[in-house]
Design a protein around this ligand. Sequence first.
Ligand code: WTA
Length: 637
Amino acid sequence: MSDVHPPPADFAARAQIRDTSLHEEALADREAFWARQARSLDWATPFERTVEGDLTDARWFVGGELNAAYNCLDRHVEAGLGDRVAYHWEGENDDRRSITYAQLLDEVQRVAATLRDLGVRRGDRVAIYLPMVPELPVSMLACARLGAAHSVVFGGFSATSLRDRIEDAGCRVLITADGGFRRGGVVPLKDNADEALAGDTPVEHVLVVRRTGAEVRMQDGRDRWYHEAVPAEPVAIPAVPVDSEQLLFLLYTSGTTAKPKGVMHTTGGYLTHVAATTRWTFDLRPDTDVFWCAADIGWVTGHSYIVYGPLANAATSVLFEGTPDHPGRDRFWEVVERYGVTILYTAPTAIRSFMKWGREHVDAHDVSSLRLLGTVGEPINPAAWVWYRDVVGGGRCPVVDTWWQTETGGQMLTPLPGVHAAKPGCAMQPLPGFGVEVVDEHGQPLPGPGDGYLTIRQPWPGMLRGVWGDPQRFRDTYFSRFPGRYFAGDGARIDEDGDIWILGRVDDVMNVAGHRISTAEVESALVSHEAVAEAAVVGRSDETSGQAIAAFVTLRGEHDDGADLEQTLRTHVGKVLGPIAKPKTILFTPDLPKTRSGKIMRRLLRDIAEGRDLGDTTTLANAEMMTELSERAAAAR
Ligand code: WTA
């Protein structure tokens, strides 16, 4: 029997959702249910049909036209909420600024005017490579206002990653900054951008936000300072109504190959999904809550729960540039206290770090404003869950463990905070209107408790509409393993109460500190170094980051495996992919374990990396070497 935590009584008594009537409404008539949710948005042209097509070809709110920026800004200002704070921006180095809905609308229009002057039109793609500054959501919304799609590239990604994403999407404009602050240091975003644009590039114009004041090279005819290009005076740029299925954004995510996928999200369905789930999961009260999703906008969590979900609901959010341990380990709690944060949404990795650093950092601040806590991005271990609830939440806040993906657009599974008795580590139940099912290896729903695969059997509003430029990969990746179902790539368990536990990825995708990285990407980065003949990469469990990257490398004949080389290769991977993809350990080995047909035995490498007993290895040609490797792996851990 697992540990069960009913909603705290005070919370439950005041929760906006206290029963499962929404689930019942959705079960009784799914289309009518989603149509009702969609109508909480403002449509320039009402939709004629709720949904058409099957999973591989779904279209939501057919015939409807709307604008995402209008729904996030104008309609709130028109309703008299112009003075409400949209973002409390908490930057590094004591920079802070509160921005109202009216101010945000004004800045978005001025940037939209600039983008329009640069030739950005409906359907174009604009790349955004910025730190967590207000100009980031402003740029996204300025694109949306014109009906153009944004492709935000996480500021921690390398020049090569930026280049690949820009080329794949054919972005005509790039918005970046002279640099970004990180833990007091500076990330050279503009230098990276210059490298990414060298040679042939689809980018014609670059807007550069001044953030750090670092000296940067400005290329004549291509680069302009944001503060010079964007008009200082208000301009009226109408929000263009677009078809419900107009591309809102691309967001690249790792798959099982070395090439990231450009996940496509469209306007009406996505906005309906994230707006509704922001209300349900967080029991959101836009007039009193201060919501803090502590993710980076470079990942889907930030797109959906810093930008579109909260803004569509006229909520007040914290926009945080920093890191949890700079300048001190109490940084989060200082921010919670300063703004009176009521809802905090963060990743298990961060919670495990807080736990390691000790409760005194939390206790040093008044965090009694908190009323609800959420987690996302990776499985949370029960000890971290309980610590979060007790130490951060003082026992009075429900904890929602939300499962979803870049591809799902918004949350799919979570306990409802005023309804479900939560179990630490369990994502519990589908939110209303989502056909999530755990199936066996033949695609049959599990009849009772057991382990299987997480699938979704009906189209849902926020689902990805495709992989940019690669319809075949879209079908193969998500719909081929279980015909008639979307396969998420995660294993899942159903317990005796019918609740769903996420067991983690069953494909070659790692989850490091809540970030998806494919083993193939890291392998390909490693073998691009001249010293490397062959590389195999696996994820292994890590106390803080959930998983850590373990690499096994064989070298070309003339190279030797000194400590320098390990460091060189880590740096090399950081340069090719970005610092988050650096392997934690690299073991050099004259040979990799292979089957007779020459396939690398990843399962065996995972066992080695995890320190598990290798069992019978006598069928391997190089059994002795595997034993030795496993001893060295143990020493390296
Ligand atoms: C994992 C992040 C366990 C999962 C929003 C999924 C989780 C991948 C949870 C998506 C959770 C996300 N419990 N695992 N609550 N939430 N995951 O696309 O493996 O960056 O497939 O989206 O993270 O990662 P992505």
